[in-house]
Design a protein around this ligand. Sequence first.
Ligand code: FAD
Length: 414
Amino acid sequence: MASTTQHADVVIVGTGHGGAQAAIALRQHGHEGSILMIGRDNAPPYERPPLSKEYLAGDKGFERIMIRPEKFWAEKDIALRLGAGVTAIDPARHSLTLSDGGNVTYRKLIWSGGGDPRRLPVPGAVLRQVFYVRDKSDADAMMQALTDGARRAVVIGGGYIGLEAAAVLRKLGCEVTLVEMLPRLLARVAGEELSTFYADEHRRQGVDVRLNTGVHAVLGEDQGKVTGVRLDNGEELPCDMVVVGIGIVPAVGPLIAAGAAGSNGVDVDFCCRTTLDDVYAIGDCAAHANAFADNAVIRLESVQNAHDMAATVAKAIMGEKDPYHALPWFWSNQYDLKLQTAGLSLGFDQTVLRGDPAMRKFTVVYLKAGKPIAFDCVGTMKDYVQARKLLESGVGRIDPALLADPEVALKDLI
Ligand code: FAD
């Protein structure tokens, strides 16, 4: 139990994508002061996307998903305090209270706490074989259940994490039922074309996809073992594991309790400053006005956003003002399909299909008032690369017939 007070010039809370990248960027920009990263996780910084992909499938071990080799942090004089959560902030004293009993003071604080998985609000959700996918320990627990013989899975939530987990579980030979409350998959982030394509693909791969279906309870034995899931319509799906992917709740409790503004996460300005002096926030938990969403205040849950905000904040701390203005991009791997997304489809009023989903190679273009705002590219890497350039160029209205023609290169429309 540490009870002494430690000081660092820059303290970073969170050892995930944003936190690790902020430390790296500070050193890259010549920061010579002390840097301390504090994280609840016991493991050194690692990538999260593989947790529902190659790591879960057993195709990549932990060494291959570490953000940097373990010795890197010491070489760059970046201190790690792992297995310690920040429970309170005293903004006037520039001081933090930690769950291990210690205190830490800072000159500048970067908060990159990400989010906690939204819990399934039904009876039985606390049973042992109900898994979430956020941390390495979550993926490890799921892998252990598979090793122990779990073969029938119910996946709750038809967003990217649920779909990726379903794809891996199928690959590992499990029977999988996927339950989604809304009428289509990926409803929060994609248009009908993509939803239909992925529903068809998962069904083709043997997943029993149930749309418009709510969950009433997780059923279990007295010893706490999962035996099934009862749906809202009364049907019971027998299973021996449940995977829940229904979104995250931004991990900003101590920041908000200390007086930082924010309702969905914590509010930041174009340099990632919160409303507390010398406190910045980045990544999944940072609510910001995004230039690619008509300056609507949003949170983005992506590696791109965490990395680019980390660069912005490092520059801001080094006295270089470089407002956050990065094009959002994202990817998802399911089976042998690679989806790459450029831009934000928020508020689109038209879609254009480019290519043929039946060929498993196509692009969905999202338009708002005639102007392309986002591209979902399935197996169309060339479109994705050119779409990024197109969006970054601040393109105006484009004839949908040209966008729909795969023979017309997107770069020629800039
Ligand atoms: P995180 O990486 O989550 O790091 C936050 C860290 O802060 C955590 O380690 C947490 O324990 C710690 N923490 C929180 N509160 C405290 C506290 N009070 N004290 C100390 N530590 C604290 N994005 C993509 O772009 N493409 C993908 O394919 C993709 N796939 C994903 C798959 C999975 C399974 C998951 C979980 C996410 C995926 N993402 C993907 C999203 C991406 O991983 C996140 O957007 C990114 O990790 C955000 O970085 P972050 O630093 O904001 O948060």
